[in-house]
Design a protein around this ligand. Sequence first.
Ligand SMILES: Nc1ncnc2c1ncn2[C@@H]1O[C@H](COP(=O)(O)OP(=O)(O)OP(=O)(O)O)[C@@H](O)[C@H]1O
Ligand SMILES: [Mg+2]
Length: 275
Amino acid sequence: MAVMTGNITIQSCKPTDPQPSTADWKAHVRAEDFSVFYHRNEAVKKVTLDIPVGQVTAIIGPSGCGKSTLLRAINRMNDLIPGCHTTGLLALDGVDIYGPQIDVTALRRKVGMVFQKPNPFPKTVFDNVAYGPRIHGVRRRAHLAEIVERSCRQAALWEEVKDRLHENALGLSGGQQQRLCIARALAVEPELLLMDEPTSALDPIATDRIESLIAELRGRYTIAIVTHNMQQAARVSNLTAFMYMGELVEAAVTDRIFTNPQQRLTQEYITGRFG
Ligand SMILES: Nc1ncnc2c1ncn2[C@@H]1O[C@H](COP(=O)(O)OP(=O)(O)OP(=O)(O)O)[C@@H](O)[C@H]1O
Ligand SMILES: [Mg+2]
């Protein structure tokens, strides 16, 4: 299918509003009238949204509004759910993620995912991080060791695990386990990292480390993060998308969403009047 290389068009409710500083952003993921159904329930409703390359996009909204469903659609994690189907377009680098030509294994290599609850495998630290590269055919121990070190450094974990590589990962703290999961995702050199409430099970210090890590990864990776924490969205993201009951209400530069939202619903949500 056609490759789309257009600049970002932020969905705005007032077309006459100025569009601040997004002119250079290129879409990495583009949703156009994209819906996700669980049987007849339309959990994501005709969403049109660009997730810009190299930026951090926060997806916010009340419980059940479809944030996780939209995020999971990007690496086809919903495929395994019976009765789940999609309509409209969701494209990665201009290629339809749900098109017949897509190789789901290759897609998931490009699009890594980190979940709410740290979910290391009951294996050693080393084997957790080496897991993806091994699946993709890396066999040489020295090469795997290089990948493990690089990924753990990128995930700001190396100093804490370099002497514990052969211990069970389940012995790490919750915050270390979550950074291990990020290292595991980074080990296959994805282009895009999906994070679904990655800090909601962590204490403030561990949360702070993950937020700093997101700031460091910005630019090198495209990141989409679902969060219930408004301050976190404001701190870590450049673009914020607000969803409500399956619909995208508003997406704009984060500063604007938090200082001058265009929609009353957005205003009410960010000021804590519901959610
Ligand atoms: N596996 C599933 N099977 C059927 N319906 C589902 C499934 N997962 C989610 N849903 C429904 O889809 C809608 C959106 O759910 P989703 O988990 O995407 O919301 P969310 O915004 O991530 O919520 P939360 O903030 O609570 O995590 C809800 O109505 C939910 O009940
Ligand atoms: Mg969710």
